[in-house]
Design a protein around this ligand. Structure first.
Ligand code: SF4
Ligand code: SF4
Length: 452
């Protein structure tokens, strides 16, 4: 009996000792690195907040990541923290629609590279293809779901910075958006002078007309210049005016926030736009900002503080709820409830953790909200984030917007409600493509329709 116990003990110890040389090369190394990764991750305002680069600093020689050594130490450590669970791949909208991008493969390739004796001198494009880099929508799902705090999206956006800034190697379709942001202060072709045209004949005060507003409405490029998104702006103006809100807009002085430029790697364009926007916002003394665009919300709230802009930024659905709660707008709710499913924008629900406000506003408008299988912070991207709005989708087996619209349709809802101008375009295009009778509307439009 004793001899048997001794034998088992030595066999166990032997197995552990035999495993030790293999340990650093196995996925089990995460047991050591995952807690360190979690403990030492830099604090971020949001999972999507990108690192600040001072473009006025002439000494910077490398923008973004050409080689692994250009990544932050915490990004390099991600590879050893990875448990190879593939959860990031499962939620990735690009991977789910047959694109070549797998965020898990990126982390695993980084680790195998080290295991095979490689150094940090390796080009990033040896670890992930250029096609995969441009397929990312910056939805943040991979970062959100990773159980060990890895951030594959951050690597991808750093690679884009190198490609766009150092090598001018970006999808050609992005050129129009880049030029638009530089010349017209919006990614489209509409002239800056025409930025207030959407409000012609409406009572929408600019800061010149109302210099001390309680609320600064950041209209955003799409609602100001795109004919479909303008309907959201019109509906929101109707709500604000009916509620007697003391607000103003920047008018022609509002420029694109630079969200798409930044996510496409053009930090120079973003830097110029952010600098001038913060300057004007500080000049007018904006404290509380409301916007119908989650990309504007994210950028102003989380990325402008690095430029000296610190504001309270809220989504229009949050303000709508305040106005309903204060009795400033009355909504006529009929007994024939209509069925609505809300598509959470990645930059609202996941990046900025706001999932209740749009649903509360819809309920106030008498809608019966039905949830899609993927909802809230676990929503599935519409396909337009990360500058995808301005380029063709990479080759795959399905389109991201069509995949999401099919999911919305499966709920049996009459209307797909959105809270983002990009989602509005993507869902509308998918509905049109299928000749579907399902309507796509912004929450503000649904609320404005119910106003007494
Ligand atoms: S951010 Fe979204 S699209 Fe990009 S790799 Fe992560 S999950 Fe995929
Ligand atoms: S979710 Fe995190 S741990 Fe799992 S494969 Fe992706 S990067 Fe690795």
């Amino acid at each position: 009996m004793t001899a048997g116990e001794h034998l088992a003990w030595w066999l166990s110890i032997g197995a552990v000792v035999a495993f030790l040389p293999y340990f650093p090369y196995s996925k089990h190394i995460h047991l050591f690195f995952a807690p360190i990764n979690f403990a030492l991750k830099p604090e971020r305002r949001s999972i999507g907040e990108l690192s600040y680069i001072n473009l006025d600093d002439q000494t910077i020689e490398q923008f973004g990541a050409a080689k692994m050594k250009d990544l932050g130490w915490e990004q390099i450590m991600d590879s050893y923290a990875c448990i190879m669970c593939f959860r990031c791949q499962e939620v990735c909208p690009a991977y789910n629609t047959g694109k070549v991008l797998s965020p898990a493969a990126l982390e695993i390739n980084k680790r195998y590279h080290f295991n095979n004796g490689g150094t940090t001198d390796v080009p990033m494009l040896d670890l992930i293809s250029e096609e995969a880099v441009w397929a990312c929508t910056s939805c943040g799902a991979c970062v959100d779901i990773c159980p060990v705090g890895n951030e594959p999206m951050r690597d991808i956006l750093e690679i884009r910075r190198n490609l766009s800034m150092m090598e001018s190697a970006f999808p050609k379709q992005l050129e129009t958006a880049f030029k638009g942001m530089e010349r017209n202060m919006n990614p489209g072709t509409s002239h800056r002078r025409a930025r207030m045209k959407w409000a012609d004949g409406l009572n929408v005060p600019t800061v010149e007309q109302n210099p001390e507003p309680e609320i600064l409405w950041w209209v955003g490029c799409a609602p100001a210049t795109d004919s479909r998104a303008q309907k959201t702006a019109l509906a929101f103006a109707k709500i604000l005016n009916a509620a007697g809100v003391n607000y103003a807009v920047l008018g022609k002085n509002e420029a694109c926030t630079g969200d798409s430029a930044r996510r496409a790697g053009r930090e120079d364009i973003f830097f110029g736009l952010a600098t001038q926007n913060v300057e004007i916002l500080n000049e007018v003394g904006a404290k509380r900002i409301v916007t119908t665009c989650p990309h504007c919300l994210h950028t102003i709230k989380n990325e402008y503080p690095a430029f000296g802009g610190n504001y309270q930024v809220i989504h229009h659905t949050q303000l709508i709820n305040e106005l309903v709660g204060a009795g400033k707008i009355q909504l006529s709710v009929t007994s024939d409830q209509y069925k609505v499913t809300f598509h959470d924008p990645c930059y609202l629900g996941r990046h900025n953790k706001e999932v209740d406000a749009p649903r509360d506003a819809l309920k106030s408008a008498g809608a019966l909200t039905i949830e899609m299988p993927r909802n809230g912070a676990k929503s599935f991207c519409c396909g337009a984030g990360g500058a995808q709005m301005w380029k063709e989708e990479e080759q795959g087996t399905a389109r991201v917007n069509v995949t999401r619209f099919t999911e919305a349709k499966s709920t049996g809802a009459d209307t797909v409600a959105v809270g983002c101008p990009f989602c509005l375009t993507m869902m509308t295009d998918a509905a049109k493509g299928e000749d579907s009778p399902i309507q796509v509307k912004d929450v503000a439009e649904i609320v404005a329709e119910r106003m007494q």
